[in-house]
Design a protein around this ligand. Sequence first.
Ligand SMILES: [Zn+2]
Length: 700
Amino acid sequence: MNNQEGKFKHVDNLWDDKKAAALGDDQVELFLYRSTLLGADLRITNYGGGNTSCKTMEKDPLTGDEVEVMWIKGSGGDIGTLTRAGIAGLYTGRLRNLKNSYKGLHDEDRMVGLFYHCIYDLDSKAPSIDTPLHGLLPFKHIDHLHPDAVIAIAAAEDSREITKKIWGDTMGWVPWQRPGFDLALQLENCLNENPGIRGIVLGGHGLFTWGDTSRECYFNSLEVIEMASAYISQKTGESKNVFGGQKVKSLPEKERLEMASTLMPLLRRQCSSENRMIGHFTDSEVVMEYINSHDLEKLAPMGTSCPDHFLRTKIQPLILTFEANEDLTSDEAVVKLTSAFEHYRGKYKQYYETCKRDNSPAMRDPNPVIILIPGIGMFSFAKNKQTARVASEFYVNAINVMRGAEAITSYTSLPAQEAFDIEYWLLEEAKLQRMPREKVLSRKVALVTGGGGGIGKAIADKLAAEGAHVVIADIAEDRLKEAYNSYQKDVAAYVVCDVTNASSVKEAFKKACLEFGGVDIVVHSAGLAISKSLEETTGEDWDLLQNVLVKGQFELARQAVAIMRSQNLGGDFISIASKNGLVAGPNNVGYGTAKAAQQHMTRLLAAELGKDKIRVNTVNPDGVIVGSNIWKGTWAEGRARYYGISVEELPAYYAKRNLLNEIIYPEDIANGVFSLVGILNKSTGNTINVDGGMANAFVR
Ligand SMILES: [Zn+2]
């Protein structure tokens, strides 16, 4: 049957007969198993793209009759992680009967509402727009996939002839039509006219394949994609001149990253003209080959083809060019950027005005999602890192499609009106409206020093929980790695940073810019404490405290403000100081003086940076013992000796001396930081004591 099994060069055969056998005859489980295998390979389908289904016989709860039920991936999920919770179960009979109700293309939106009347399983996810495409085909197991190789064929000129050339009479072909009931009817017709075919290529879109069993369906899909890929790689091999050959040379890696990190905040400023955005950067080989090519100027404006692609990437990218030695921070460079973005927004507005219909939703953010800079790389911007990263992955899919289609014949794209009708489809709009409300700190990037543990980690955790992207900086790499692993993907980055060293601080901000597009919040929490009397305190002790606490804060502020100014989005700088900067006591000359300097620097910077909407505030912790690194060293012993108690007795001792009799935890300090950056957004030059109440530390 599947004589190609095990011979795949362009896709991976992941099917494990033992694992499948363990699922017995449970067709739904077998279909879910197949889906996760297909979704694991991005060459087979893009993230969130395509859908899979199966049909089983079930007992109708009302009549007790045996009825056919179709199980299909619900709206919005990804087949790679599909579970029972992500699917919908519908009566196939009812779905087919909808044919009697359908009145033509103007009727598509109403049909989607009718899908809900076909639901069999009350725990179903919302049925996707592709539901009737699966429902009107009679096969037990069906895959609808978006493989780059097949879309390349679907988007090539003469797509129909090429389909015939590759698969002969075994493959059907239908012209571009946006997903919906009409496309479902076209698929049904195609099958009726070509009985015995193994699948159908959807012009400008993707692929349908099927099988009697989940296994048969899987191998049918793999074989079809393999054949498409083999055809393209043969064609690409023949034409030596991919994308018309190289026009621009990539800058050497170090310079490339240097320029990319300088550009990021400037691009972010432009992309955030309506809504604050988060950035993502990539300079992979696939991207560089395309953006450095002669054909970039021809292909990029044509737009991406598969609807999945341009819903994420916008129909067109913005192309910018810079010379290798150009001063990106000069006024001329900023003017050049501003006018390029204004031009892009103007063109987008024009596209909206030309294509809009009476009931179209209002125009969305007109800024580009994808920005291509020959020689440097691809930048993408969206509401969070995950969305920006996925957009850039989709653009890579689009590049693969263009490369394939150009190798075969030439790449074609959708007419602007078709693209618009999908982008501004009322059902798409409804999907956007259903999105959960964004958190207070979403779309913001926070850099936290001392973020590897203790108070710094608690602060980073709190900011991340409130929606921020966090860059944790620390001198100890092992601690950083462990801390980093506690975050979900796309939320955090880490960087080894010695705050006493200006170039190390620079590297930390470079990381923030390349990973997330810039920085909005800086929290200086790195610190150490030395408790010694005047005569015991050495010059080295003094310098160390001054360097880490005071000079570190100065350096962080200096570099952060430069980035914040180029973003023009305001910002927050928080200094984690100490009660000891306000209250005098013995054995504390080095530490207390440094903490007081941190506090006064906050006021000075607040006075200077207000005009840039950069707010500078202080949080004063006191007596945070549990979970704090400072207390792991000799400081705790020193304090314990001073109070005449044991180290173990310190938390209770400290709790007793504050007005509220509370033990202060790192999470309490994190709440103090959050209140300043997330709630008190009209405060600057302020101090918040998080100490359980100490009368001698009252600020006023
Ligand atoms: Zn599709």
